[in-house]
Write a protein that binds this ligand. Structure first.
Ligand code: 5GP
Ligand code: ZN
Length: 118
């Protein structure tokens, strides 16, 4: 079940402006802002304004917003000067290490990133 906004959700509060952040990108559907605990010189979070608990909670009807998240990540990566490359991560659920239950894409860059992740 998808909700427009969940009053108990941290990223819904950020999307609603209740918790102010500096926007790196904002449009009708997507917001991008810096992670509070950066793991790389560039560490941006991209979120849909609509509440999805995780990537696994999206459905076949959500293809457009999923595509927009990836396309917006590309534009933010360009704007952040990540010409040498970057990494997009969507932690999902317990095994995925997700800690905030609102779908978000991590955009990481500005240093060489190791692989595999832990
Ligand atoms: P996850 O672990 O769910 O994939 O990622 C959640 C991310 O949200 C973490 O990287 C964490 O640092 C970030 N985060 C948690 N609380 C806040 C906050 O209040 N503001 C911002 N900007 N980032 C947050
Ligand atoms: Zn939410």
């Amino acid at each position: 079940m998808t909700e427009i906004s969940n009053p108990d959700c941290l990223f819904c509060k950020i999307a609603a402006g209740t918790i102010p952040v500096k926007w790196l990108h904002e449009d009708g559907q997507i917001l991008a802002f810096n992670d509070i605990n950066p793991q790389a010189p560039v560490h941006v979070l991209l979120i849909p304004k609509q509440h999805f608990t995780s990537h696994a909670h999206t459905t076949a009807g959500d293809t457009a917003i999923l595509g927009q998240l990836l396309a917006t990540a590309r534009e933010v990566a360009k704007a952040q000067g990540l010409a040498n490359g970057y990494r997009l991560v969507i932690n999902t659920g317990l095994d995925g290490g997700q800690t905030v239950e609102h779908l978000h894409v991590h955009l990481l860059g500005g240093r060489h990133l190791g692989w595999p992740p832990g």
